[in-house]
Design a protein around this ligand. Sequence first.
Ligand code: GLN
Length: 466
Amino acid sequence: VRELTAMGVAELCRRRDAGEFGSEEILAAHRFRIETVDAELHAVAHHFREEGPAEGPLRGIPYLTKANIAVRGRPHDCGSRILAGYVAPFDATVTARLHQSGCSLVGSTNMDEFGMGSSTEHSCQGPTHNPADRSRTPGGSSGGSAAAVAAGMVPFALGTDTGGSVRQPAAHCGVYGLRPTWGRVSRYGLTTFASSMDQVGILARAAEDLPLIFSVIAGVDPRDATTRAPELTSRIARRFTAPRLAVDPSTLEIVDDEVGGAFEAFVRDLESAGVRIDSVSLPSCRVALECYLVLSSAEAASNLARFDGTLFGDRVTPAQSYEEMVRMSRSQGFGAEVKRRILSGVFASSAGEGAIHAERARALRRQIRLEHVEVLRECDALLLPTTPTAAPRLGEYEDDPCGAYEGDRLTTPASLAGLPAVAMPISRGPRGLPLSAQLVGRPDQDEALLDLAIALARMRSEEEPH
Ligand code: GLN
């Protein structure tokens, strides 16, 4: 018999409806799992004792949200000391929608402070460990969510993805991760990092669960004016019998042998299953990471100005003046990575040299989007590895922030272009570490992209012995 904690959302619902078990058993099994494994992994930042509604199609399905997504009456620290003790006064739209569908929110997950980081080590709560190898990071910034899903604590979790924070931890933990098209999912109740790129995303064990949860959280929200509903035609599920994918060979130049070998084997498998793979070139993507760091830091510097000890953020007292209070509150409240981003972001937002960098980055961003749109006119999706390496060791980049940023080189292009992207596990390397590939789709065609991911996952599992 398969354990309840090894099943995905769709399977749990099917079997619950068939009377194999009830909602209470699903919840109890996952609660027990959290109790037994989280002491070592530390994926959960705050435990909520919530029973969840008894009604709804997803009744009994437990999930975890990321600690930067608001839940009324619950701690909302975004992994930051400056928000220690802060309690959210309202629900994010995504959590409200999941509640309406019957899901039970069992807690919030550990994360890099305000989403800045790729390892979940930059958290006021201490690091999360990778379930595949506890001496390694789960990736980040949604590392707690990825580790929890991989370890069977919940069948799915919410994360947020600005430059890769859903896809990269999904890759390192061996689960599926969706970053939706910017504007398809409401950001109301999400504490902003970089407004023009932030999106709520989903981490799940089964590919088929992504469209299921996406259909619950996506859609127009009067509280987020950037949300839209695309034309119905793009939402109709597609059947991919002979998909056409595009690969830019230059993406393989920056990955290590372990990732490159697994990716090439995946491509060969897909080709022998009838998938057509074209070679394309997206030259501007080579500098997407640099472009992302300039733009996201500039936005972050402005967005994080609200944490100054007056309305938001822990106030440090006594201080001789208002300025001193702000300086002390921010100096003590923010961690080193957040300070680095604020400093470089203020530089990029200032006149002179900074403005030149920012203008170049904006032009590059437009170019990156154009190159994607051009390639996606001919192909169903772009295929590339999700990360350049498997999960790094804890502490590996302690004194090398630029080395850590390199982990985002393959996820930042879709973020800048505002396109939907999904990370899917493809195999395990010789050390047993999960390896992943990423599909990037056409704007607003998230449903079609997910259909494609499911089709590719199926082709894979048909070949492998169970
Ligand atoms: N790892 C990237 C960064 O540090 C992306 C973070 C994110 O998507 N929130 O900025």
